[in-house]
Write a protein that binds this ligand. Structure first.
Ligand SMILES: NC(=O)c1ccc[n+]([C@@H]2O[C@H](COP(=O)([O-])OP(=O)(O)OC[C@H]3O[C@@H](n4cnc5c(N)ncnc54)[C@H](O)[C@@H]3O)[C@@H](O)[C@H]2O)c1
Length: 346
């Protein structure tokens, strides 16, 4: 299959690109190379004859039309997005432009390509989204595919809007779509502004490890390579028009997750004092959702997918990867905003 992956130079997109190429798919990676992108993320496949890169922006309709015509993909996996909640609080405009308007242009370009091809029902537009569209849970309960949308940050509102657009294009124009909503990802190549790499790198540098509020916010963590595998499963076997929640069954309060990471570092890279001594509670994120947790029974029961990596195993692999790949993360520390507190609100 030839897959057009948008955002393939980012964290999850690059995991999809690496896995798809490893499985023998042709991949065209369309990416605008924003601050969050890194060509090194796809270095393992860059020389493969199955891999092509297109430096383009999903808001650029002319570029999208050219890319569809030139590469004639069998499917689109749409991951390009502004993805950092804290940045969406400081500057929501980019989130509306890329996540909403960009998705609109991509849908229109895909529709016009699909119409020109004679509306093949084998074509797929896979929209990759987040569980954050469902809002915040209390102490109990899980998000299912039927949970009402209740986004509460500019980021999640923009992703919810994009999900609605994709469903509307399926209903109105018959575009063959599938959707997925996933919980928090972690793993290798994670940009160093997100929680897990921040913890690892601050601990390595002996710097304070910031934990928002009291660290009681709960997230359901999924190893990124498991997510990439789930996404290819949804693309290939998902029912038309259906959405799938993807999660790792790994709920953890932020403070416990941070302590887990510190304990792994104490073992792999011991310092004079325990790394946990660096934990520092800082002002909470405005509108910080308390708890996300996914009911992933649909993808398990209908498509036979389950995560393969436990949280403890995934965290250990991730810490080892950061210890062994300083050449990857060191240059990213000087990128705009990295290492500074974002999203405090006004
Ligand atoms: N990270 C998570 O935990 C998580 C969880 C669930 C869903 N998602 C979704 O998965 C997708 C990928 O997330 P990620 O964490 O890999 O993001 P990321 O920020 O690491 O990567 C996003 C990529 O999109 C590219 N991009 C941004 N704007 C673009 C534009 N206008 N045109 C073309 N390319 C553009 C960037 O250059 C970057 O390579 C997003 O849609 C996100 O909403 C992420």
């Amino acid at each position: 299959m030839k897959i057009l992956v948008t955002g393939g130079a980012g964290f999850i997109g690059s995991a999809v690109v690496r896995l798809a190429v490893a499985r023998g798919h042709e991949v065209v990676n369309l990416d605008a190379l924003t601050y969050a992108a890194n060509p090194a993320n796809v270095a393992p496949v860059a020389d493969s004859p199955l891999y092509r890169f297109e430096h383009a922006d999903i808001r650029d309709r002319a570029a999208l039309d050219r890319i569809f015509a030139e590469h004639a993909p069998d499917a689109v996996m749409h991951l390009a997005a502004e993805s950092h909640v804290d940045r969406s609080i400081d500057g929501p405009a980019a989130f509306m432009e890329t996540n909403v308007t960009g998705t609109f242009h991509l849908l229109e370009a895909a529709r016009s390509y699909w119409l020109a091809k004679g509306r093949p029902d084998t074509f797929r537009f896979h929209h990759v989204s987040t569980d954050e569209v469902f809002g915040s849970l209390g102490e109990t309960g899980l998000f299912t595919e039927e949970t009402a949308y209740d986004p509460r940050s500019p980021y999640s509102a923009s992703k919810a809007a994009s999900d609605h657009l994709v469903r509307a294009w399926a209903e109105t124009y018959g575009l063959p779509v599938v959707l997925s909503n996933c919980s928090n990802n972690y793993g290798p190549y994670h940009f160093p502004e997100k929680l897990i790499p921040v913890v690892i790198l601050n601990a390595l540098h002996g710097q304070p490890i910031p934990v928002y509020g009291e660290g009681r916010n709960v997230r359901d963590w999924l190893y990124v390579e498991d997510h990439a595998d789930a996404l290819l499963t949804v693309l290939q076997d998902g029912a038309l028009g259906r959405s799938y929640n993807i999660g790792g069954n790994n709920e953890r309060a932020n403070i416990d997750l941070v302590r887990d990471l510190c304990a792994i570092l104490d073992r792999l890279r011991p310092d004079a004092a325990p790394h946990g001594d660096l934990i520092t509670f800082v002002a909470d994120r405005p509108g910080h959702d308390l708890r996300y947790a996914i009911d992933a029974s649909r993808i398990r029961d209908e498509l036979g997918w389950q995560p393969s990596v436990t949280l403890q195993e995934g965290l250990e692999r991730t810490v080892r990867w950061y210890l062994e790949n300083e050449d990857w993360w060191r240059p990213l520390l000087s990128r705009d905003g990295v290492g500074t507190r974002l999203g405090v609100g006004s």
